[in-house]
Design a protein around this ligand. Sequence first.
Ligand code: COA
Length: 329
Amino acid sequence: MTLQGVKFTGVGAATPSQCLTNAHLSALVDTSDEWIQSRTGIQERHVAAPEQRLVDLASEAAGAALQMAGLEPTAVDLLILATSTPDDLFGTACLVQTRIGAVNAVAFDLTAACSGFLFALVTAAQYLRTGAYRSALVIGGDILSRWVDWGDRRTCILFGDGAGAMVLQSSDVDQLLSFELRSDGRLNEHLTLAFAGTPQTLGENLAIAQGGFAPIAMNGREVYRFAVTQVPEVIEKALHRAGCTVEEIDWLVLHQANQRILDAVAERLGIPQEKVISNVGQCGNTSAASIPLALAAPIQQGHIQSGDLIATAGFGAGLTWGAALFRWQ
Ligand code: COA
């Protein structure tokens, strides 16, 4: 039997225990619970403690996903960690590999900001479809609280920390029905976490920039406009590729940026609210973690069931965006 398809067999999530509420933020910057909730739907978000590292969150989420899939860590062939906030700029995936004991896997990081998990999922699926690997662990994790300007009320209200993971395994039936990935670097300036080095002289006419990053900078209106126009389009493209209709979608699981964006995308597509998964009120925007983090609870609670059709879409810095249509298990 040739196994040239992909099935999704496990999901897991992890969030830090510390909760940052709108009341906390109101004490930090000139904002209010009413403003934040009405503009974003966010009530609270989890933030990592100073000693907490991405490897901790990513490994916890990965362990839960492997357990659901019933897969031993040693059976993982490929581990991709989507993140923009690594513990180590050289890569954090190998640290996760060692922590969970995925000793036979090849592990690497992938960066596509808030689209990172979706891009990693599609990347892993291609390795399985070619037969190169039989099982993959895809993790999305970010600790954006490290890089938020806590004096900037336009951005600090939005972001939270967390990690989520999914297990993909080779299958005779392909449960990844379609995908559509996009990027446009011309729009990069609208959302950045950019290198900002300090010049240092090494010799006569010889200077370099010593490391550092500027905090997250965002043009909120442009990002909002981009999301509500581009996301429905890629979902429609993915539906078209799969030969499916909007009515066939059981669940819409978007990158959890903002409740208004979730509502606007669902409305444009004509998807009723009861099919829209949201945890943005409790987690905020957790970047690469947000899609698996949103999926984990409804799957664990049995709301999302085997065979359900899930439309998912990521979007964010780059700018990057994309959609995938898949059946759970
Ligand atoms: N509390 C109170 N007032 C705030 C505020 C805050 N936290 N942040 C901004 N404001 C003020 C602004 O200063 C502005 O005041 P002014 O008119 O006196 O200048 C006013 O509120 C409106 O600002 P604006 O930026 O136009 O608000 P908005 O309605 O566009 O909402 C966002 C701001 C960020 C909620 C919205 O643009 C958004 O959701 N964008 C998408 C962001 C996103 O999802 N990014 C990540 C994508 S991966």
